[in-house]
Design a protein around this ligand. Structure first.
Ligand code: BG6
Length: 495
């Protein structure tokens, strides 16, 4: 197949979507509502058949009832127009499959039937332990041909070695250009807007380097605790659950060189260079450059909440908070710290990237008693999308007692600027890109592996230093050591 032919194949929209894990939590909360949203806006291929599969013994009608309930629970009532709901439910079919039995996949291929001949997108939203068996079953049923794309949800392994095993099993059947690894943060509008901010404006790029920027902060704070995901989360912890994927992707987008064009290869080539330039944090500096914590009992939004060990029902040394001071060792970022932190049971749900610019080289206002603060760009992902640049301005007045300066924000309040545009779920974008065959916002194998390599070094460092999570009360910003991590550099977290 030539490159041109391949591009053509990849850009052909699928006529069938196969959803593994179709009755699971992600399917109900995100995937079905996203597909409905796309369908209601006329964005799905008209003939797209959606075939759900899981172990539950349901028939088409049974699955439509599950889907109808998921839409009721997760979509605003005013958007549930009956005709749109009926049209969406009519697209759904269901085939029960036990992934351990390859024979059962034949019924799936039958359900995909003719629709699948022009293209099938497969979405694996199941435990990674089932990936191998599922891929074997798909091969057995002939669902791996050049017209089939495979999307995989995280976690893609627990370390570099196990992620390679998964990637190898996938690669044996699906070539990289038909493998779509999901990181749902890449589907978030503000994350993509970061590219527009950097590369559709001339203003920032000349300063976007060690000369102009003092440091970068990336915070993903959640108020939720375990949410019943005990088995998965306790075996993972915040470093692997959030930082290995979502936060390193954010870091890569902030730090990458300008790609030559907006396409999957150019953007991912630049991201992987950043990921490979992350300075290794190992045994010698793990204790100095990272902090881990675990929440105890406390209060979030005025409500008392139990500690992690109580929720879990036993003691554990899994971290529910991690803060890291990282460096990207290249010319652009020499000497610029990237502080990252993420935690469960924080005081507020608050995810943002802070670009802290350097102070002016010489303040002409100092002799007039005025203090200048360095500019700060805050890209807020959650709860509300917003981009804010703080600027110094003069406080109006006759200045008889000296000049007063104050920081004033320049806001791009996305909600106001684009009030008539519906905010979409991250998965809407990713599902549509998958169905249409655009891999730009999916993670390439070399990126995932570079991410794991760096993370494995940190975990080995924790092990070598016998580091255990420090306690913090639920509803606080993590252990006090996380504050010390930045304060010793004269930096405060943007709380
Ligand atoms: C998931 C993690 O990948 O991201 C969860 O497994 C976390 O632990 C979630 O809660 C956060 O996503 P969002 O979009 O709510 O920030």
């Amino acid at each position: 197949m030539t490159g041109d032919e391949r591009t053509e194949t990849m850009q052909h929209p699928s006529d069938a979507l196969l959803l593994f894990g179709a009755t699971g939590d992600l399917a109900q909360r995100m995937l079905l509502p996203s597909l409905f949203g796309l369908d209601a806006d006329g964005l799905l291929p008209p003939n797209l058949t959606i075939v759900g599969t899981a172990r539950s013994m349901l028939d088409d009608e049974g699955y439509r009832a599950v889907a109808a309930k998921a839409l009721e629970d997760h979509i605003d009532a005013e958007r549930l127009v009956p005709a749109a709901v009926t049209r969406f439910l009519d697209r759904l079919r269901y085939v029960p499959v036990d992934a351990a039995d390859p024979e059962q996949f034949v019924a799936l291929a039958d359900a995909v039937g003719d629709a699948g001949r022009t293209g099938v997108s497969i979405f694996l939203s199941t435990a990674p332990s089932l990936f191998g068996a599922t891929i074997a079953g798909l091969s057995h049923a002939g669902l791996t041909g050049p017209e089939v794309r495979l999307a995989l949800e995280k976690p893609l392994g627990a370390d570099l070695a196990s992620s390679r095993v998964i990637n190898d099993a996938v690669a044996a059947v699906f070539p990289e250009e038909r493998t779509f690894r999901i990181d749902h943060y890449l589907g978030k509008e503000t994350v993509q807007n970061l590219l527009a901010l950097r590369f559709a404006n001339t203003l920032f790029e000349p300063l976007w380097n060690a000369t102009g920027i003092d440091h970068v902060q990336i915070t993903v704070a959640e108020t939720v605790g375990l949410e019943g995901r005990t088995g998965y989360f306790d075996g993972s912890g915040s470093l692997r659950d959030m930082l290995q994927n979502h936060m390193l992707q954010l870091l890569a987008l902030v730090a990458m060189e300008p790609p030559a064009q907006f396409d999957a290869t150019a953007i991912r080539d630049e991201k992987v260079k950043v990921l490979r330039s992350l300075r290794r944090i190992d045994a010698a500096d793990a204790a100095r450059n990272s902090v881990i914590g675990q929440y105890g009992e406390g209060a979030v939004a005025g409500q008392p909440v139990a500690g992690y060990a109580t929720e879990l029902g036993r003691q554990s040394s899994t971290e529910t908070f991690v803060a890291i001071k990282a460096h990207v060792d290249n010319w652009r970022w020499a000497g610029v710290p990237f502080y990252m932190r993420t935690g469960k049971r924080m005081p507020s749900r608050h995810s943002e990237i802070v670009i802290q610019f350097k102070p002016v080289p010489h303040s002409i206002f100092a002799t007039k008693g005025a203090v200048t603060q360095p500019n700060r760009l805050v890209i807020r992902l959650q709860p509300a999308e917003n981009i804010r640049l703080t600027m110094m301005t003069k406080v109006p007045g006759l200045d008889r007692d000296g000049i007063r300066l104050r920081e004033v924000p320049l806001d791009i309040g996305m909600a106001n600027a684009f009030a008539d545009t519906r905010r979409r779920i991250a998965y809407e974008r990713l599902m549509l890109d998958l169905i249409e065959g655009d891999p730009t916002l999916f993670v390439r194998r070399d990126e995932v592996e570079a991410q794991w390599e760096w993370i494995d070094g940190i975990r080995a460092g924790w092990g070598a230093n016998g580091m255990e999570p420090k306690p913090y009360a639920a509803g606080t910003w993590g252990p006090s050591a996380a504050i010390a991590l930045t304060e010793r550099d004269g930096v405060s977290w943007n709380d």
